[in-house]
Design a protein around this ligand. Structure first.
Ligand code: NAD
Length: 259
């Protein structure tokens, strides 16, 4: 089996780093015409020249609209709603309005803004693929991360609903649940968690591993490969699914390790 994305045009949000970056690189290798955006333009120069980059804050609908005016001229077959932030790690009573709103804006509003611009393009051509990045926090509870959890459960709901709404137009919508992905982001999350609960970072790292059946972290490239598979013709009848690449997360909060 050889996956090809030849002839497909893909857009990935938040692709300067991490999972988005790995996805852009993989899709490009498989022959797709790749467009990406991020607020962090520092890494843009390290991409292949024919990857089109946009500086865009996807939590701002007017900026997203301007970017999609340009994307529409290229055309689009695959939308990967990837941009996300961890939000605060705090007890609910200590979360500010701004922290709550920012997390919602980046993690869920952005997916709506990009999706509503991609869907008319997909409907017109009667085909399209939408992949939404969720999290274990979008399928189970996670104390001290309530804004992120609320936003990611919203992404799960959006994914399930849009798969039903758009299926008749041959538009597929799937969600991805990455496990603890090795890299900067998870390190930031581990340190924030350790500080919030007065724990050693090593205890939190162990806690994250022990919460998965396979007691593992995963690599961004593993997530990228699944996104490429689902985007390809091998996934032509896969829709409405929430796919974990996570060693099977049993819990995000093994309480016995904390108390
Ligand atoms: N890393 C993990 O362990 C993990 C686990 C579960 C889910 N996820 C989800 O996977 C997705 C990617 O995460 P990652 O680990 O690659 O994170 P990351 O922090 O490495 O990369 C996220 C990228 O999004 C960009 N970004 C942030 N806010 C933006 C905005 N307003 N507009 C445009 N770009 C913005 C950042 O600059 C960054 O380049 C996120 O939706 C995240 O919630 C990650």
């Amino acid at each position: 089996m050889e996956i090809s994305l030849e002839g497909k045009r893909a857009f990935i949000s938040g692709a300067a780093n991490g999972i988005g970056r790995a996805t852009a690189v993989s899709m490009h290798k498989l022959g797709a015409e790749v467009m990406i955006c991020d607020i962090d333009e520092e890494n843009f120069s390290s991409f292949e020249n024919d990857i089109k980059t946009f500086v865009c804050d996807v939590s701002d609908s007017s900026v997203v609209d301007q970017m999609f005016d340009q994307i529409s001229e290229v055309g689009l077959d695959i939308l990967v709603n990837n941009a996300g932030i961890a939000g605060p790690t705090k007890l609910v009573e200590n979360i500010t309005d701004q922290e709550w709103r920012e997390c919602m804006a980046v993690c869920i509003d952005s997916q709506f803004y990009c999706t509503r611009r991609a869907v008319p393009i997909f409907k017109q051509q009667q085909q399209g693929v939408i992949i939404n990045l969720i999290s274990g926090a979008g399928i189970m509870g996670y104390p001290t991360r309530s804004p992120y959890v609320a936003a990611k459960w919203a992404v799960t709901g959006l994914t399930k609903s849009l798969a039903m709404e758009l299926g008749p137009d041959n538009i597929r919508v799937n969600g991805i649940v990455p496990g603890n992905v090795s890299g900067d982001r998870v390190e930031r999350v581990i340190y924030a968690h350790a500080e919030a609960e007065n724990l050693e970072p090593e205890t939190v790292r162990k806690m994250y591993k022990i919460g998965t059946s396979m007691q593992c972290f995963v690599e961004p490239e593993e997530i990228a490969e699944m996104i490429c598979f689902l985007s390809s013709d091998y996934g032509k009848h896969i829709s409405g699914q929430i796919v974990g690449i996570d060693g099977n997360t049993e819990t995000l909060y093994p309480r016995s390790l904390i108390s």
